[in-house]
Design a protein around this ligand. Sequence first.
Ligand code: AMP
Ligand code: MG
Length: 283
Amino acid sequence: MGVAARIVLYAPNDYIAKWACSRAFLRIAQLEETMSDYRSDSELMWLCREGHLAPVRVSNDLFFVLRKALELSQRSNGAFDITVGPFVSLWRRARKTKQMPTENELNEAKKLVGWQKVQLDDSNQTVKLAVAGMKLDLGGIAKGYAADCALKVIKKFGISRALIELGGDIVLGDPPPDRKGWRIGILDEKGKPKKVLELANCAVSTSGSTEQFIEIDGRRYAHIIDPKTGLGLTKLVLVTVIAKDGITADSLATALCVLGEKEGRKLAETYGSIAFFQEKSLD
Ligand code: AMP
Ligand code: MG
């Protein structure tokens, strides 16, 4: 998933701690094999190749993540959209060549984008893609889900006091002994601590345009794509979301970057989540 994974936990002894961690890391690796868009042999890439021919039956993990992603697409009015893969590919090429995609390329990509083009059948757990050449990208949601799954594994060992961190996505179990919560710092866009929160049994995700971006003709385009334009966000935005679990926090944080503060806060509320915004327009 392109990030370091970190687990902090309190266990009765070293042996159980190591055993629980190694199992949790294995689970994360397994999810990467399922959902990576970098590995051509992942279940996700196989779905992208075959999914337009006939409905494809997928694993429980992949189906669950796709279901959640599409629900958020609908609730965010398309701001969160896992079908942006073709736009992401153009962005990645622009990062290498320092050249913007042409109008024609953007229009061609647009034909493959749109969350309504992914059709799920709950009773058969199958997925159908409306057109050939679609590319699904779970980069905005899979890390949070993987952290949720890692915590579940750890709990099976009888350990409840744990923290899982995958890049900007953190999932928290019970707090450390004699503490009310895990101390989580919220940083400003320069990386300086803005607030410290004590949290437990929830998830915290941060997304933004401040860390990964390309600069072309003096303009910055972030790795988060506005599905309406097909281009990376040009505003400076950093959003932190506190939600009940990792999959919600991760996907909401990405969606809220696109939506902006006013709409974003409303959406976060409908998920019972709290959002912190730091936003500046560069236009
Ligand atoms: P995050 O770091 O969690 O905010 O996720 C960013 C990643 O999500 C990007 O690198 C893309 O892989 C993917 N992505 C970009 N734009 C969108 C979008 N509008 N909706 C869903 N996923 C996106
Ligand atoms: Mg995210």
